[in-house]
Design a protein around this ligand. Structure first.
Ligand SMILES: Cc1cc2nc3c(=O)[nH]c(=O)nc-3n(C[C@H](O)[C@H](O)[C@H](O)COP(=O)(O)O)c2cc1C
Length: 365
């Protein structure tokens, strides 16, 4: 089943493998995408990855969170991205641009000394205190995401994925820990989701109702029991309610993830060395999948073909998404398909975070 063609968001995919968004550290200083990114995506496409999601691409200059991160905040990026999507489309793969604003996890610079967020809640990881956004700034943010999506469409992307996970701006809004607003953008689950549903509404107006909009959704902020912040933040059953609101707004697929930087080590776990440790957000994706009709993509520590098949057969997910495994083995899909291997070789050491460009730096024997 996993190797069979399937349609999602009106896109005909050759299989159920998704390359999860992965910041590549390969753009220019100002966010301009480079030929290196094109090389990387083309290699994934040549190796039959059904859906490629790009690294997170910032929609406003102040929304950058990483060095050499790709941007989509200006029309000048359309042409270089077009070159990239053309290379991918020589193969059967589809490619979606992940769009983001860093929110309270954005970089601090002389130009942007204070990050913006729904509320002024200190980031316990960086000790930075963000500034609460005004109503006007929220409306401008919605337009920035909308313009980014229109640029993505013009550049030939098959859709966009709104990054609503991992402690960046849109996940700051849905979390009751980082959003303590008392206006129409805070409080109830519906209010906290409003910035996302408004972005979806506006993208549909400007890019057309058929242009695929996916979401990567935090199902939990990840504060562990036994820690000072246990019980705070986003968790089930609220994430299920948010997923339902996103479906109603017209989002066509939800990728389930979790964790914010402050919770530490939740999103990109290390030591995934047994099948039991794989797919560490599967309980959330199962809950969400049971509540919505749109496809659910699961990411987080998935390594073995047997686990992948079980996730699909047991109703935990419709699509299997991986990041580090594809850094280590861009040709993982053909290897699994041919029986040459039964699991990814990735040891989840996180040495792939290479500031000169992602790559597997683990020394295998
Ligand atoms: C080097 C690196 C960069 C990442 N960049 C992004 C990103 O840009 N956007 C995103 O949503 N997740 C990002 N992630 C998280 C992955 O998409 C994924 O959720 C996480 O690594 C768990 O999946 P895995 O076990 O298959 O690696 C990144 C992960 C890694 C290792």
């Amino acid at each position: 089943m996993i190797f069979d063609p399937i349609t999602v968001c009106n896109l005909d995919l050759q299989n159920r493998f998704v390359r999860s968004a992965t910041q590549e550290f390969m753009a220019e200083e100002d966010g301009t995408p480079t030929g290196r990114l094109g090389d990387l995506y083309e290699e994934l496409a040549r190796n039959e990855v059904g859906l490629i999601i790009t690294g997170y691409s910032y929609v406003l200059p102040g929304g950058q969170s990483d060095a050499l991160q790709q941007g989509i905040y200006d029309d000048r990026f359309i042409e270089p991205y077009r070159k990239i999507t053309e290379r991918v489309h020589r193969y059967k793969s589809k490619i979606v641009l992940q769009v983001v604003h860093g929110g309270r996890q954005a970089n601090i610079s002389a130009e942007f000394p204070v990050p913006i967020a729904p509320s002024q809640v200190k980031n316990g990881h960086s000790s930075v205190v963000p500034r609460e956004m005004t109503e006007e700034e929220i409306l401008e943010m919605i337009e920035a995401f909308t313009k980014a999506a229109v640029r993505a469409k013009k550049a030939g992307f098959d859709g966009v994925q709104l990054h609503c996970a991992h402690g960046f701006l849109l996940s700051n809004f849905i979390s009751p820990y980082t959003n303590t607003r008392a206006d129409r953008w805070g409080g109830s689950v519906e209010n906290r989701s409003r910035i996302i549903t408004e972005i979806v509404r506006r993208i549909k107006e400007e890019a057309g109702p058929e242009f695929p909009i996916m979401v990567k959704l935090n199902a939990t902020d990840g504060f562990r029991s036994g820690t000072a912040k246990a019980g705070l933040g986003l968790n089930a059953p609220e994430c299920v309610e948010i997923a339902k609101l996103l479906e109603k707004a017209g989002v066509c697929a939800i990728e389930v993830s979790g964790g914010i930087s402050e919770a530490g080590g939740v999103t990109i776990r290390t030591a995934i060395n047994s099948p039991a440790k794989e797919a560490y957000f599967k309980n959330y994706s199962k809950m969400i999948k049971a509540a919505v009709g749109i496809p659910v993509i699961l990411v987080g520590g998935i390594r073995s073909l047997s686990v992948m098949q079980c996730l699909i057969e047991s109703g935990c997910a419709d699509f299997i998404s991986m990041s580090r495994s594809f850094i280590s083995e861009p040709d993982l899909v053909p290897k699994l398909k041919s029986g040459k291997s039964s699991k990814a070789r990735c040891v989840s050491c996180n040495l792939c975070f290479d500031p000169e460009g992602i790559r597997c730096n683990f020394e295998f024997d």
